[in-house]
Design a protein around this ligand. Structure first.
Ligand code: ADP
Length: 317
């Protein structure tokens, strides 16, 4: 039975080196914050399970096989009628990335609280919920809350990343959804300063951490891009610096990589600071390559960087 569960949507990704109007070739992959986190934790050796729905379109075997090949348990991904979400990433001008989504009405967004298996959740150590999962539909938001309540009843730790996406909903809606979930949350993994400013009107990482701990979270890690992580627990606060990465290629999924490694560390009984250190190493190695999942480092690369304690991760790849 998996230790780390994550509830959310994984989409099919098509990547083009040029604007979509001109592109003749696209490369297929899959990604989604809930799944990216599991990919990172699984890479480090955690047993992971995905809570979602998958539609019965021609992409279904690609998605299920892909998740399973990452070591992720798909036994509680509900196979349903419908299509899977799709998005395109295309490169414009001097490397700016454009994201184009075909997501509304996707199979995962039809998830309901009845999909949840309390026995499966009860066996886990951590249940992770994303603000994006709350954003994709009213029923997905209800499913997120129901899952957190089950986890609380079964003494399973609840982790939450608000992951605010202005394209999906307003800051006021996202804040209301976050505040409905936060009383059930043990570990909060927000980003700052932009997200915390937009969502909670809080510019500093310390204020954001205090605010989230005020709802009852015992650990808050505020991710701040190349400024690293502000960690706040019952033992106090620590600044965990990011790795120095000379050639940053793609920061997509950096937060998910941090989250996955941080939760893996906690499940392995590491102190929160050591887990956060593992998180910044995982995320720092990830930003050297393209793709949320394709550029995740191997377990050996992470261990080597952790052992050497070095801050320079070398060139891009
Ligand atoms: P999110 O993707 O949730 O917005 P961040 O951008 O804060 O999250 O990135 C998460 C973590 O990834 C950071 O705390 C940091 O450890 C690492 N990271 C992100 N960008 C860089 C970078 N340019 N150089 C080194 N590490 C980075």
């Amino acid at each position: 039975m998996p230790d780390i569960l994550s509830l959310g949507e994984c989409m099919v990704e098509f990547f083009a080196e040029e604007p979509l109007a001109e592109a003749r070739h696209v490369r297929k992959a899959f990604a989604g914050d809930a799944l990216n986190l599991l990919a990172a934790a699984s890479r480090l050796g955690s047993s992971c399970g995905f809570l979602s729905r998958v539609g019965n379109d021609p992409f279904q075997p690609f998605l299920l096989n892909g998740w399973e090949s990452l070591g992720i348990d798909t036994s509680h991904v509900k196979r349903v009628e419908g299509r899977n979400g799709i998005y395109f990433i295309s490169i414009h001008g001097r490397g700016e990335r454009e994201f184009t989504y075909y997501r509304a009405g996707s199979a995962p967004s039809t998830m309901t609280p009845e999909d949840l298996d309390p026995d499966y959740i009860a066996q886990a150590r951590v249940l992770h919920i994303s603000g994006i999962t709350q954003a994709i539909s009213e029923t997905a938001r209800a499913t997120a809350l129901a899952a957190a309540r089950i986890a609380n009843e079964k003494y399973v730790c609840v982790s939450f990343d608000p992951n605010f996406r202005p394209a999906l909903w307003s800051a006021a809606e996202a804040r209301a959804a976050a505040e409905e979930l936060l009383p059930h949350v043990d570990i909060a993994l927000p980003s700052g300063p932009e997200e915390s400013e937009q969502l909670f009107g809080l510019a500093s990482a310390a204020e954001t951490a205090d605010y989230l701990r005020g709802f009852g979270a015992y650990a808050v890690a505020v991710k701040q891009g190349d400024a690293g992580v502000h960690l706040s627990t019952e033992d106090g606060t620590q600044a965990v610096p990011a790795l120095t990465v000379p050639h940053v290629v793609d920061t997509t999924g950096a937060g998910d990589a941090f989250n996955g490694a941080f939760l893996h560390g906690l499940v392995e009984y590491m102190p929160a600071q050591a887990a956060a250190q593992l998180g910044v190493v995982m995320a720092g190695l990830k930003v050297r390559g393209r793709g949320a999942i394709a550029s995740l480092p191997s377990r050996e690369e992470v261990n080597r960087a952790m052992r050497s304690g070095r801050t320079d991760t070398g060139g891009g790849r």
